[in-house]
Structures are given as structure tokens and as C-alpha cells.
Write a protein that binds this ligand. Sequence first.
Ligand code: DOR
Ligand code: ZN
Length: 347
Amino acid sequence: MHVLTIRRPDDWHLHLRDGAVLNGVLPHSSQNFARALIMPNLVPPVVGAADAAAYRARILAALPEGHAFEPMMTLYLTETTEPDDVEAGFRDGLVQAVKLYPAGATTNSQSGVRDIGKVSAVLERMAAIGLPLCVHGEVTDPAVDIFDREAVFVERVLAPLRRRLPELKIVMEHVTTSDGVDFVRAQAANTAATITTHHLIINRNALLVGGIRPHYYCLPIAKRESHRQALRKAATSGDARFFLGTDSAPHADPAKECACGCAGIFTAINTMGCLAEVFEQEGALDRLEAFVALSGAAFYGRRPNEERITLTRQDEPVRFPEKIWTEAGAVTVFDPQMPIHWSVRDA
Ligand code: DOR
Ligand code: ZN
């Protein structure tokens, strides 16, 4: 197959940042994606509905002419988040989800949740009104090995939460382990998981073989090969509980190439080509549309996009840019370490 036309995709987990970085990265997402769920971990974070409204306006102002793109806003859950504010944002049609960051788990998570008991009232309200909770599923206990933090989170936090609030819609964001996949598979349809492009392509060797490679450092950290295989199986299975959230997370190069580099991989530019390559390798090109354009929309109660995009396959590998230049500096683009033959045809 050399041409594939599918519904315009959605990205159910995207970091756009703000200011100069927002201006530089947004066009690469809005070019291909109709909608994206926008992560709230700015500094300061997007905590209240008013913050989300203001951030949404800044995103729309940065949108290039001619791009139709809907930023779907999330709130950053803190131990002082007010259930009424969350509900008001939801009723206005502004807030599509609330994001739980365990404090200290990742970039700009200092204001996140230390004690999940302290956010019970918000979670109960969300369960009652049907507002999804997006979870960064890693424990922060320093005694737990970084490669085990997701599996331990499932056991210590997610499973008990799932039992306590069976009505709550929960998305396990950027699942990276077979433990996470198995957990989601064992639940009803109101538990789902997003899967990133990069976790389908790299395993933990990419970070360390031949030298330390900061542009493969993200959180949750890439795991061993057997986990990557489990993610590929889940993504290409057609199971509607697994859908795309790229977690494209730009950081200017100096913030990654240093003694203590930030977590985050920038994939907005080549995500669709990379995914088509993965689905082709798995003999599942016919399921790409479900993963990128149908299952996530269904979970969030949205109609799939009516517009279509066309992906084309060329014999020579596609040359994607190695970096983009923003007014906040260069940002390195994800290098999949394999030839990518697919790209989105310009409209
Ligand atoms: O790799 C990551 N980057 N993981 C996260 O959880 C946050 C993100 C970011 O904001 O840079
Ligand atoms: Zn993220």
C-alpha cells in the first residue's frame, strides 16, 4: 500500500508550552491534527478554569492562518483545587480533563499531588459529572527503581483508585509497560491509556548505547524491549481503550544537553510518518485510523473528525528536519533511528 487516507487525527496528550516555544511548535501539530488535549504543566501551572481560558486564547492567537485546530484544555490538579471551579469549567465546555501529576514525578510537577486523599472531593465530583482524569502514572518514592515506577504506581495508586471510584473515567497517560497495558485491559471501557509515538519505537537502549543520548530521555522513561512489544501490540490491536497521545514535549536544546537535562521528546513533526511506519511493520495499517482518530474521540465523547488526511509511502526514506528553530532556541526533533517512508501529503 502506498497511499492511506484516514480521518484527521487527534492528539490526546500534547505539550505546547507558552510564548516563543508555543509559537514555534504549534504549527507542527495544527498542520496535521484537528484537536489536541493540551497539558497544563506550565510555570505557573494551569490550575483554574480562568487560567485554562486564558491559555486557550493564547494558543488560538498563535495559530497560523488557515489552520483549523481545537485546543482541548486540561486543568492541573492540586491539593487545593476547588470542585466547583472544575465543574464550572466543564459545564462551559472549556475543560475536557483534569491532569494528575504526582508531585515531583516529572517536568513542572512540583505543584502536583502529594497525598491523593486530599483530592478526593474533586475526583468524586469528576466521577459524578463524567469529567475524565488523566494520570501521570509513576510513583515518586525514591526507594522505587525508576524503571519500576509505573508498575508500582498501578499497584499502589491506580488499582485502589479504580476500585474506589468505579464511575470515574481514567486515562493512564503514556503507558510504557506491559503491567500498565494488562491493567487497562482488565478494566471496563471507562479506563483507557494513551500511547506515545516514541515509546512504540525506542526501548531503553536508545538512551544509553554508544553514549548518553539526552534526546531520548522522557518520563516515563523508555523500558526494556518486551514492554515496547507489549505497547505495539496494544496500539495495533484495535482495542479502543488504547489511543494516541504523542506527549510531544519540546525543550530547547541547552535544557536537554546538559548535566541535568529535562525529560521530553519532541515528535510533533514526524509523528504521523513514524506511526504509519510502525503500523505497517505490525501489518496493521488498517488499524491506524482507529488509534489516531476514532478511539480517543469515542472515549472523550467527541465525534471523530470529518476531514481526511492522506499519508503517502515513498521508496526513499523521508527526510524530516533534525531541529526546528524557535525564538526560544533550537528544539531537536525525535530521531526514530530507522528509515521512515511515510509522510502526510500536503493538503
Ligand atoms: O517526558 C516528559 N516530558 N514527560 C512528562 O511527563 C512531562 C513532559 C514535559 O512537560 O516536558
Ligand atoms: Zn506529558
